[in-house]
Design a binder for this molecule. Sequence first.
Ligand SMILES: [Zn+2]
Length: 344
Amino acid sequence: MAETTTPNAREPFSGAAVDPDERFEPPSDIILRSSDAIDFHCHKNILAHVSPFFADMFAAVSGNQDIQKDGKAVIPLVEPSSVLYGLLPRVYPAHNARLFSLTNPADLTDICPVHEAANKFQMVRAQALIEDMLLSSPLLDTEPHRFFAIGCIRNIVPLIRKAALCTLRDTVNPIIPFIPEFELITGNRALELSNFYQRCALRAQSVAGNTHSVPHNVLVSAADEATVITSHEASGQPFVWWREEGHAVHCGPIHQMVGGVWTQEVLPPQWYRNHVRQVSTALRFVPNGTTAHMSALDVAAPERAAIATCPACAQYALHDLANFAAQLKRLVEWTNGEIAEGMW
Ligand SMILES: [Zn+2]
């Protein structure tokens, strides 16, 4: 059946002859027709090379196609042209990914069906390329909820985790912005994100605020719910608020007495307990490493005043807090990552 009316796709899939002086490219020999009737002039060799799906198809049908155009067999597909425009440049070696860097929100519009089509056609490398682009997109920072939904829809677990972690970067807005992909995920998936935030917030709070019963040489085990960062990493030197020597009378670690007997329990000075309570509160709302770091360095005026009245604290506290802040940042990031891995 002769057929010539269907419009051709844009360059480089228009089927127009290529100027051989500009670049070497053999003529196209197969047409993929989209569901909205656009003809993509392609190369059997390239499609067969990247897709067992097409390799099998070309091996099975030899030359006697029902539909022909410009002497090429026409293969009708169920995918619309928007998907083929998104997919084919990613499998053609000469027109590769720099066209699709996923830096503009509009680049995400067809990313789910494009990834789905790559999966259907068994285009393993194109699929991996799309996943890499999603995982390294700068839009993750600005639209993490959308990437979370895309990860759920296409079951890309590393993307689900990374996007979930990125949602912790903002003060959580109870009104999640409108995201087209959210119509395609279940309410359960959306609830998971909310649960994830709650778990990270509670864990970060307890990691930052825990001052319970810590002798100087407690081992820091990040997996432990009761983890407390008590000393400089490199030297093992305890922070000044856990050291006995040199404090003013009203400062220094406080030994607990129960029923007239000294216990093993030691509390750090009041200024430190006040300070980590504030850090803990900040992490309740924005449970990420940056919040941990910034809030641990941000000592309020009353605590600064208390530090200034103690010789030991005045000398060491700010220096020790800087080290504490850096460790807390990493610990919060680590625990958030653990929670994400546990959930997805
Ligand atoms: Zn002191």
